[in-house]
Design a protein around this ligand. Structure first.
Ligand code: DAH
Length: 339
C-alpha cells in the first residue's frame, strides 16, 4: 500500500499539463470526491497500527503535493493565456507588412524632375495663392487682355489681386525676379481653374513649368531639350512643334509627340492622328524678361509648360482624370511597386 502511495507521489511530481481541462481532470483524479486520496484515506483505517504513521505521512504528502501541483499549473496556464491575449500567437508566421503606394501624380512628377535634373535643371516652387502680377500682368497679360479668358480664374474673396494660380508660369516670374541667368529650372506644382469637371478636365491639376535663360539660347535648343525629354520619359523619338499663341512667349508652339498608330488604344488616345499634345512652349517674350528685371538684349531663353495628369494618363492608360483625386485605394494600390 505504501509503495502505491509513493508511486503516486512520483506521478504527481512528474505530471505536466497545459490546459485547464487537463488540470481539472488531474484534480478530480486525486482530490475529487471519489478520487484516489479518498480511497487512500479510507484504506488508512485498515492499515496495521505500526504502519499507520508512515502511511499517514505519505498520504498527507501526496495530498499537499497534488494541491501545490494544481495551483502552480493553473498559474502557468493563466499566464500563458494572458501572453497570448496581449501578443497573439507568438509562434504564428508574420503577416506581410502593408506598404503604402506613392500617388501616380507624384511618381510622374518625380520622373519628370529626374529627367530634367540630368541636364542641369534645378527645381523651384512658388505659392498656390498668387497675385495678379505674377499670374498675369508680368506674363504679358495686362488687365482686360482677352487672353486672360484662356484660363478661367478662381479669385479669393472679392479681391481681384488674390487668386489661385491658373498655371505654374507664375513661378517663372518669381524665379527670374530672384535669380539672374544662366537659369535652368523646372517648377512642378498644383494649379486651379474654374472649369467644369469631366473625364478630361478638372478644376485642380498639376503642371511642370520649365525655364531656360542664357546668352544666345535658340529655338533649336528648346526643340532639342524637349526631344530629349520625350525620349527619356516616353521612349518616343519624334516630336512636332505646332505654331500656337501664348502671351508670354514669341514665337509659341504646342508640343506634340509622335505616339504611333499601332494599337487600338493608340488610335483612341491620338484621335486617329498618331500625334499627341503634351504641352505648350516658346521663346520667352522680351517684355516678360523686362518685367522680371532681365535684359532681353543680353539674354534669350525658352519656356514650356505641361500637364502632369495628362502625362500620367498616357503612361498608365488612365481613362478618367477624376481618378487622381478620388483616392480610391483600389486605384492607388496599383502603383505600390512604382518608385
Ligand atoms: N502656361 C501655359 C498653360 O497653362 C502653358 C505654357 C505654355 C507654359 C507655353 C509655358 C509656355 O511656359 O512657354 O496653358
Amino acid at each position: 500500500m505504501l509503495e502505491k502511495v509513493k508511486e503516486h507521489i512520483d506521478n504527481v511530481q512528474a505530471f505536466k499539463a497545459d490546459s485547464k481541462e487537463a488540470i481539472e481532470a488531474f484534480r478530480i483524479q486525486y482530490l475529487g470526491k471519489k478520487g484516489l486520496l479518498k480511497d487512500f484515506f479510507d484504506a488508512f483505517k485498515e492499515v496495521p497500527n505500526e504502519q499507520k504513521k508512515a502511511f499517514g505521512q505519505a498520504i498527507n504528502e501526496l495530498k499537499e503535493l497534488a494541491k501545490e501541483k494544481i495551483n502552480s499549473l493553473k498559474e502557468s496556464v493563466a499566464s500563458q493565456e494572458e501572453e497570448a491575449g496581449i501578443y497573439g500567437d507568438l509562434t504564428r508566421t508574420g503577416y506581410p507588412m502593408e506598404i503604402g503606394a506613392r500617388h501616380p501624380i507624384s511618381i510622374v512628377k518625380n520622373q519628370i524632375i529626374e529627367v530634367f535634373s540630368r541636364i542641369g535643371f534645378n527645381v523651384s516652387e512658388g505659392p498656390e495663392i498668387e497675385d495678379d502680377w505674377h499670374n498675369f500682368t508680368a506674363l504679358n497679360l495686362p488687365a482686360h487682355h482677352p487672353a486672360r479668358d484662356m484660363q478661367d480664374t478662381f479669385f479669393i474673396q472679392t479681391d481681384p489681386d488674390v487668386l489661385l494660380r491658373t498655371h505654374t508660369s507664375s513661378v517663372q516670374v518669381r524665379y527670374m525676379e530672384e535669380n539672374k541667368p544662366p537659369i535652368r529650372t523646372i517648377s512642378p506644382g498644383r494649379v486651379f481653374r474654374n472649369e467644369a469637371i469631366s473625364a478630361r478636365a478638372h478644376c485642380i491639376f498639376h503642371q511642370v513649368e520649365g525655364l531656360y535663360i542664357d546668352k544666345e539660347v535658340s529655338f533649336a535648343d528648346m526643340k532639342q531639350t524637349l526631344l530629349y525629354f520625350t525620349q527619356e520619359m516616353f521612349g518616343k523619338s519624334k516630336i512636332r512643334l505646332r505654331p500656337s499663341y501664348f502671351p508670354f512667349t514669341e514665337p509659341s508652339a504646342e508640343i506634340d509627340i509622335y505616339w504611333g498608330l499601332k494599337t487600338e488604344t493608340d488610335y483612341r488616345i491620338t484621335k486617329g492622328t498618331g500625334w499627341l499634345e503634351i504641352g505648350g512652349c516658346g521663346m520667352v517674350d522680351p517684355a516678360v524678361m523686362t518685367n522680371c528685371g532681365i535684359d532681353p538684349e543680353e539674354y534669350s531663353g525658352f519656356a514650356f509648360g505641361m500637364g502632369v495628369e495628362r502625362i500620367a494618363m498616357l503612361l498608365y492608360q488612365i481613362g478618367d482624370i477624376r481618378m487622381f483625386f478620388e483616392n480610391d485605394v483600389r486605384f492607388l494600390k496599383q502603383f505600390s511597386n512604382a518608385l
